[in-house]
Design a protein around this ligand. Sequence first.
Ligand SMILES: Cc1cc2nc3c(=O)[nH]c(=O)nc-3n(C[C@H](O)[C@H](O)[C@H](O)COP(=O)(O)OP(=O)(O)OC[C@H]3O[C@@H](n4cnc5c(N)ncnc54)[C@H](O)[C@@H]3O)c2cc1C
Length: 437
Amino acid sequence: MTHQVHIIGGGLAGSEAAWQLAEAGLSVRLSEMRGSGETTAAHQSDALAELVCSNSFRSDDAENNAVGLLHAEMRALGSVIMAAADAHKVPAGSALAVDRDGFSAAVTERLAAHCNVELVRERIDALPASGSTIVATGPLTAARLAESIGAATGADALAFFDAIAPIVHRDSIDMGVCWMASRWDKGETKDYINCPMTKEQYLAFRQGLLDGDKTEFKEWEASTPYFEGCMPVEVMAERGEDTLRFGPMKPVGLDDPKTGRWPFAVVQLRQDNALGTLWNMVGFQTKLKHAEQVRLFRTIPGLEQAEFARLGGLHRNTFINSPLLLDAALRLKAAPHIRFAGQITGCEGYVESAAIGLLAGRFAAAELRGEAIAPPPPTTALGALLGHITGGADAVSYQPMNVNFGLFPPIEGRMKKANRKQLYTERAREALATWLA
Ligand SMILES: Cc1cc2nc3c(=O)[nH]c(=O)nc-3n(C[C@H](O)[C@H](O)[C@H](O)COP(=O)(O)OP(=O)(O)OC[C@H]3O[C@@H](n4cnc5c(N)ncnc54)[C@H](O)[C@@H]3O)c2cc1C
């Protein structure tokens, strides 16, 4: 099949871009190196749209949360990623979490079966010199292609750490000590396993994190900053005695049924697969050495006998300086036949990466059909995220960013925080409806 668009990378962004183009009637070559004998430091399968760490798409609340709003907008635009996520959701309170294997298998099946998609298992080593192209190779872009991107952009690629949280076998957790609950009883069910800590236990645990044996920095990693949203738990511990209690170990809204009170601190685990056999330690991404993780995490009440399906780890993240390099339609200014999509543009997260893939696919489709490219209004979640990446952000200090209401044009006037969120979402819904009409 000769193709009209070449997409490089079959992750969250590349899969969504391919779907949007294929559904618009354009033919796509989707090149994914996994399945050709290649892999990345984080992927574990050959499936498209593999979730490399958490199984959560975060809040699904479209009234009060920017990522929930982004979910809703993507659903309205026929997102294959959202359709597969909805079909494979697992209980997670007000969040949207998925069975990772079922989710990726569904995306793979739908794309492989689409008559406009040719899925090719191959590694691409250089940016194509011509032809409509979408580069969606993610934070772990293979080295040769990264070099080619560096040469084409003239800018140095940036790198920093992302860290993976450990996963525990459910049947090794002591439910005589832990209890099931969602914070403030939000959501219909009690979706999290909560491990309570006294003050003494918390202080000893924090000390263990500070003293624990850590993975050594490699030379090229030494000066790279962490993304705040994915900070290793031991780095949070270093920031202050209470930092963890205001972060992943926050006890507020979690009444321990044994005492009727909030504990001093809590470790939470969230369901990681449909069977409910695997649970991930929420916010416990770490660069502690594996043996140290097992020793220290087994001091957490209820996890004394914990068996780990996966331990935490560290990984590189590569992204380009999009505000400087890309135009408003995600095209490389220096080579406009090439678009970038996904985390390599400097957005952060599964949902945001898929959202930028969705836009790149639609923009490429419009261009090839000779239609004007109409970006979504900046008052929508899609438009706010796009605007940030393609010019709204400061190019000098550009860092990966999740979608949040801070990216939306402000609503003037004084009002309660809760009302403000609802005004943002109402305004976004109206703007999207007008844009789609
Ligand atoms: C270790 C780690 C943990 C993370 N944890 C989370 C998390 O918990 N939650 C979250 O929301 N986000 C997390 N992220 C970010 C996550 O990677 C992105 O949110 C999302 O996967 C990015 O989607 P993408 O499509 O841009 O890239 P990816 O999903 O990584 O897809 C890129 C694809 O391109 C392929 N590829 C790379 N180079 C080539 C090449 N030269 N030729 C052909 N194919 C190529 C890769 O094999 C891969 O399939 C994490 C990232 C890492 C690295």
